[in-house]
Design a protein around this ligand. Sequence first.
Ligand SMILES: Cc1cc2nc3c(=O)[nH]c(=O)nc-3n(C[C@H](O)[C@H](O)[C@H](O)COP(=O)(O)OP(=O)(O)OC[C@H]3O[C@@H](n4cnc5c(N)ncnc54)[C@H](O)[C@@H]3O)c2cc1C
Length: 394
Amino acid sequence: MSGRRATVLVAGAGIGGLTAALALAGQGFKVIVAERAARLEEAGAGLQLSPNASSILIGLGLKSSLSTRAIAPDAVSVMSGPHGGELVRLPFDKSNPAAPYWVIHRADLQAALAAHANTNPLIELRLGYELENFVTDADGVVADLRQGEARHRQTATALIGADGLWSAVRRQIDSTTQPRFTGLIAWRGTIENRRPPDQAAPPCVQLWMGSNAHLVTYPMANGQQTNVVAISSGQWRDQGWSVPATATEAGAAFTASRWSEPARAIIASVANWRKWALFTLPASTRWVDGRVALLGDAAHAMLPFAAQGAGMAIEDAAVLARCVSEKEDDFPAALKRYVDLRRERVVRVQNLARQNGRIYHLAGPAATARDLAMRLVGGHRLLTRQNWIYDWRA
Ligand SMILES: Cc1cc2nc3c(=O)[nH]c(=O)nc-3n(C[C@H](O)[C@H](O)[C@H](O)COP(=O)(O)OP(=O)(O)OC[C@H]3O[C@@H](n4cnc5c(N)ncnc54)[C@H](O)[C@@H]3O)c2cc1C
């Protein structure tokens, strides 16, 4: 696998960029990762990693560093926001240790990816380097990287834009596409669990559905924390992952007239809220231009209601590395093939996430009909409907 001549420049050391670096280095490529932030610090929040994504990370050698940090929940418990009871339980198949369903603190995942990248001699991780712009020619890419007041010119065989929703790389290859605000805000926080985890109550992901809002919780950090994400409508739309929010604004949609006491108790237990305006990119976004390609949120930011944004970034990374390793002598063709292999699946997931949001937020008689239908279908069959996502393998 060694002896490849190409150097790939990756902009962004998020989950997508770091996974791409590891996957490309695994195929023998030299990789330079330029990350704008001077320090890698993921916001204090959790992430669900389904088998399609966890299997890739395990294949890249991260099993031991992740399995000690991740929790494998038993099920998704779908709860009625207005009434407080469980509507249906979707039990995860826990039989395949090579493809678990995990929930994990983002910081733990990011730290594990960065630690592996830092010990790989083919990967150079440059923190505090912002990609400003680039030019391409028949032989490669020349990128301008800004480090504080200094500017560095970096040549590479190809450039991968893993630089997130507001991607500078995308701005250059598709200047007309802009992220669209969805009118929804994610309020995120954690609850510190002071008592040891209750062994009799197996860990699960809870999804609380209510009118025009929903709530997701799951355990993290050995059960010592509960991750809470509340979604409701709003007009605030600044950029950023970690903007502080007040308990009053986070809880505004979860009124006593519409939400049961147990759901409101979850909201009331969060000490520090952060808010994140939800933006998406259209399916028509251009992902590739010659030697330059996008992956992850830079290409296909989606609503988080299928819990697949990071999962799709991880899948992108694996497919991209495979494509360029199969066609090292023709990067433009390899990157085009990567996009051809990815786009249809990713658009289907984007659509599912949008549809889930509509279903979760139903109100009145439509919500009653939804609850009845879910009970009738049952948890096993509801989960089977996700097989096309979870059973995918790189
Ligand atoms: C509330 C919420 C819950 C979610 N839950 C889940 C979940 O459970 N499961 C799941 O799979 N997904 C989930 N997602 C989606 C997931 O968080 C994203 O899809 C994922 O983080 C995208 O990763 P990325 O690496 O593509 O981009 P990012 O994580 O945005 O990383 C981009 C990186 O690029 C850097 N950067 C930006 N510009 C430049 C530049 N010019 N030069 C150099 N570096 C640059 C940034 O600093 C950053 O480090 C959720 C999202 C939200 C909002």
